[in-house]
Design a protein. Structure first.
Length: 212
């Protein structure tokens, strides 16, 4: 946990983490608990790490940047697409509790891994399935975070945003490099902000890349 705190201090020093409630969440969630055994010793370096089924837990800097960008706050209703290890969901759950975090994962083995890592979080629900369609029955959401790269912004996700709701996702035609897009559902229309270049595993599904 001491080392986790050091990792957080570095993110603060670099200006990536800024908001008090988000900093607290990063301090309370030990990244090591979300890494697979063979990579636990690398848990605090600023890199993505392999988990299961050729997927990765995102780099701490990226998790921090995406979390800050969607401005989550207490009581928010949140959707994550791409549960992976459950690390990002745990961070969000700490910030929004008693608000809920729904996190969808398409690979069953990973949905189980995330579920196991998130057992103590009563405000997180893990769903096994295709998240590219969103989660109509629990919409509207204050925050939607997609942690896999989409070929384009799925319109269906924009429709599941609350007024002033925030959607963040990496977008790119090329499977492994994307531009991070923040989309805000303003009264006067959707505002789209580009947050730079990133590399994510692909979003595979109805509104993602096709699985061939
Ligand atoms: N947020 C995760 C990292 C996710 S990596 C963490 O904190 O560890 C991206 C994940 O998205 C992978 O586990 C991948 O299986 C999943 N994924 C890809 N396409 C998906 C889809 N259509 N629906 C749900 N999950 C998807």
């Amino acid at each position: 946990m001491e080392e986790n705190k050091k990792m957080v201090s570095k993110l603060i020093a670099r200006g990536v983490l800024r908001t008090e409630s988000i900093i607290k969440a990063f301090e309370n969630v030990d990244r090591k608990d979300f890494c697979v055994d063979e990579h636990k010793e690398l848990a605090y370096i600023d890199r993505p790490l392999p988990i299961l089924a050729e997927q990765t837990i995102s780099q701490p800097t990226t998790v921090a940047l995406m979390t800050e960008a969607i401005r989550p706050s207490k009581g928010d209703n949140v959707l994550e697409i791409g549960a992976g290890s459950g690390y990002q969901a745990a961070i969000l759950a700490e910030i929004v509790k008693p608000g809920k975090v729904y996190t969808i994962e398409r690979i069953e083995e990973l949905a189980k891994f995330a579920e196991n890592n998130l057992k103590e979080y009563t405000n997180v629900e893990i769903i096994h399935g295709d998240g590219s369609k969103g989660l109509e029955e629990k919409a509207p959401f204050d925050c939607i975070i997609v942690t896999a790269g989409a070929p384009k912004v799925p319109e269906v996700l924009k429709k599941q945003l609350n007024v002033n709701g925030r959607l963040i996702l990496p977008v790119g035609k090329n499977t492994y490099t994307q531009r991070m897009k923040l989309i805000i559902n303003k009264k006067e229309g959707f505002e789209e902000i580009d947050l730079g270049s990133f590399a994510f595993v692909p979003l595979i599904g109805k509104h993602g890349f096709k699985n061939n």
